[in-house]
Design a protein around this ligand. Structure first.
Ligand code: ZN
Ligand code: ZN
Length: 108
């Protein structure tokens, strides 16, 4: 038996300008937020590079991307500056590198 298909009310986009703004907002969030994280997770897998803990979709938020050189703007596409670390190892990594930075003369 075939149900008669009733089209929903069409979603009306008020103006082209509004639609563009929405697209810009979504793109901006992706770029500013987690685009390198997504790439790094794809490249290196859902696993902590330090303790070897594996992650699943429901705890993936605990897996973070560490920048080996500490520069969050250095995001080469081959992933050479990224390391996937769980929040615990990431914290550990930074408490060490903080000392390293201190010994090297601190922040720029
Ligand atoms: Zn770890
Ligand atoms: Zn880090």
């Amino acid at each position: 038996m075939v149900k008669s298909f009733r089209p929903r009310k069409p979603v009306t986009v008020k103006t082209q300008e509004e639609a563009d703004a929405l697209v810009r907002k979504m793109k901006g969030e992706m770029e500013a937020g987690s685009s390198y994280r997504e790439k790094s997770l794809k490249l290196h897998g859902w696993i902590c590079a330090k303790c070897g803990r594996e992650f699943e979709a429901d705890n993936l938020h605990l897996l973070t991307v560490h920048h080996k050189d500490g520069n969050h703007h250095n995001n080469p596409a081959d992933g050479s500056n990224w390391e996937n670390l769980c929040v615990y190892c990431h914290d550990d990594e930074h408490s060490r590198s903080l000392l390293g930075d201190y010994l090297k003369g601190g922040k720029k």
